[in-house]
Design a protein around this ligand. Structure first.
Ligand code: 5GP
Length: 191
C-alpha cells in the first residue's frame, strides 16, 4: 500500500537489531486519520469473510485494532501480557517470545470473549519471526473459533515469520512488505 510505504520512508527510523521504529505515527504517537485509512484497507480485504471479532496483542496492536474494528463494526479483544505465573482456568493462554524485548511472556485472553461461533481476524503492527501470530493463533484455535487470517501493517519479509505461517496455510495480508532494511535505505516488495 503506497500510502504506508511512503510514510515509512518519510518517518520510519531504522534501529540496531533489524528494528524499525514507527513511533511518530503508529507506535507511540498515533496519527489517527492515517491509521484509520489502514484499517479501512483491512476492511476492504477481509469484508467478505464474516469477521465477528478482531484479536490483537497489547500494547501497540490495540490502537490499530480499534481503528480497524470501527470499519468492521465488531468488538476488539486484546491478549494481555501476564506478569504472574499464576494463570487461572478462565483464560486461554499461549507463550510468546518478544522480538523487540528479547523476553518470553504468557499472553492471556479471557474465555468470556472468544467462542466457537466467532470468526477471528488477527491484527498487529509488525510481523518479524511470527511468534506473536503463532501465540494469537493458538489462543483462537483453543477457543474453537475460526481463524480467518491476519492483517499486518508492516511485514519484514526478510525475516522468516511470513513465509513460515503462509506455508502453514495462514492467510496474511500485509500492507507494507519490507524486502530489505539497511543504512542506505528501505526497499519494499510490490504486490
Ligand atoms: P514476531 O512475533 O513476528 O517476531 O514480532 C512481532 C511483534 O514484535 C510485534 O507485535 C511487534 O510489536 C514487535 N516487532 C517486531 N519487529 C518490530 C520492529 O521492527 N519494530 C517494532 N516497533 N516492533 C517490532
Amino acid at each position: 500500500m503506497k500510502l504506508l510505504e511512503e510514510r515509512i520512508l518519510k518517518d520510519g527510523k531504522i534501529k540496531p537489531g533489524n528494528v524499525l521504529k514507527v513511533d511518530g505515527f503508529i507506535n507511540h504517537q498515533i496519527d489517527v486519520p492515517f491509521v484509520s485509512e489502514l484499517g479501512r484497507e483491512f476492511y476492504r480485504r477481509f469484508k467478505d469473510d464474516g469477521v465477528t471479532k478482531i484479536l490483537t496483542i497489547e500494547a501497540s496492536g490495540i490502537g490499530i485494532a480499534c481503528l480497524t474494528g470501527l470499519h468492521f463494526g465488531v468488538p476488539v479483544v486484546f491478549a494481555k501480557k501476564s506478569r504472574t505465573s499464576n494463570i487461572s482456568t478462565d483464560v486461554y493462554t499461549a507463550r510468546v517470545d518478544s522480538f523487540t524485548h528479547g523476553t518470553t511472556c504468557d499472553i492471556i485472553v479471557s474465555k468470556e470473549f472468544l467462542s466457537p461461533s466467532d470468526r477471528v481476524l488477527i491484527i498487529d503492527d509488525f510481523l518479524a519471526l511470527g511468534n506473536a501470530l503463532v501465540g494469537l493463533r493458538e489462543i483462537t484455535l483453543a477457543s474453537g473459533a475460526t481463524l480467518i487470517g491476519a492483517g499486518i501493517l508492516i511485514e519484514k519479509a526478510f525475516q522468516s515469520g511470513g513465509r513460515m505461517l503462509r506455508e502453514q496455510g495462514m492467510r496474511i495480508e500485509s500492507l507494507a512488505r519490507i524486502a530489505s532494511m539497511t543504512d542506505t535505505g528501505i526497499t519494499f516488495i510490490e504486490d
